[in-house]
Write a protein that binds this ligand. Structure first.
Ligand code: S0N
Length: 257
């Protein structure tokens, strides 16, 4: 498998998927998403693999979400199947650990939310930006986030678009553990090895059972994805995207209904 936007490695039962666009804070485009889906499917098929770690290249970002330069009035160039990525991370019958090595923002934040476990570097920063850049996650990034942090906090995260430190993320139940940045990958691998020592079938059943409780969110995610495609075509949505690219504050006043 030759990948351009990700690095995919397998060692001692653990597969590691690294988003490799550090110059753009590991923002993902359609190709990045397709490559991640392919890597996760390979890890799913490979019987020697029991755990997957998802991380970002460099020390600045886990992922800053959808690549705004690849987005125009018609949505993301060439399409971007984020739903398929969310689905494979949830459905792969092996635990997925997010090693959050910096900014986890927007669609990048949603990726760690969906992972089974999140370990954060003490330098990591968390947050949603959709309402600022003309986007929103209508599925797991909103509804499932609520399961992690509760209704009030989830609404705060989306309605105010603030950033949160790793310690704040730990306090609100967004992550499992915070470690010094230099120890992040060692810690994630240590958690992976601990899981590998356990019964894979019991883990597989447990993951399916955990998922069953929230699988219905897939349906609203699919419906919402259609609305999102229409929203992306609006002047209101493009105001958010353009403001980010032009490094200015967006002006949404005229869109208030
Ligand atoms: C991450 C932030 C906070 C980092 O700030 P910092 O350190 O000050 O760096 P910058 O100078 O801002 O960035 C460095 C360079 O990287 C570029 N860049 C950063 N992020 C992106 C990005 N997302 N897209 C494109 N380029 C990016 C900067 O432009 C800069 O480049 P140079 O050096 O050339 O100037 C900060 O960067 C930040 O806030 N980034 C933007 C975050 C953002 O807007 N994310 C997108 C949010 N939306 C989504 O993720 C879409 C969700 C989605 O895809 C989806 C989800 C569910 C269902 C469906 C969908 C769907 O859309 O299909």
């Amino acid at each position: 498998m030759a990948f351009e936007d990700i690095i995919y490695e397998k060692q001692d039962g653990i597969a590691t998927v690294t988003i490799n666009r550090p110059q753009l804070r590991n923002a993902f485009r359609g190709q990045t998403v397709d490559e991640m889906v392919e890597a996760f499917r390979d890890a799913w098929r490979d019987r020697s693999i029991g755990v997957v770690i998802l991380t970002g290249a460099g020390d600045r970002a886990f992922s800053s979400g959808g690549d705004q330069a690849a987005r125009s009035g018609g949505g993301y160039r060439g399409g971007m199947n984020v739903e398929a990525l969310h689905e494979v991370i949830r459905d792969i019958p092996k635990p997925v650990i997010a090693a959050v090595n910096g900014y986890a923002i927007g669609g990048g934040h949603v990726l760690h939310i969906i992972c089974d476990l999140s370990i954060a570097a003490d330098t990591a920063r968390f947050g949603q930006v959709g309402p600022r850049v003309g986007s929103v996650d209508p599925g797991f990034g909103t509804a499932y986030l609520t399961r992690l942090v509760g209704e009030k906090k989830a609404r705060e995260i989306w309605f105010l678009c603030r950033q949160y430190s790793a310690d704040e993320a730990l306090e609100m139940g967004l992550v499992n553990k915070v470690v010094p940045a230099a120890q992040l990958m060692d810690e994630a691998r240590a958690w992976g090895r601990e899981i590998l020592a356990l019964s894979p079938t019991a883990i597989r059943i447990a993951k399916a059972s955990f998922n069953a409780e929230t699988d219905h969110i897939k349906g609203i995610g699919a419906m919402g994805g259609i609305s999102l495609g229409l929203y992306y075509r609006t002047e209101e949505s493009m105001e958010g995207r353009n403001a980010f690219m032009e490094r200015r504050t967006p002006d949404f006043h005229k869109f208030q209904k």
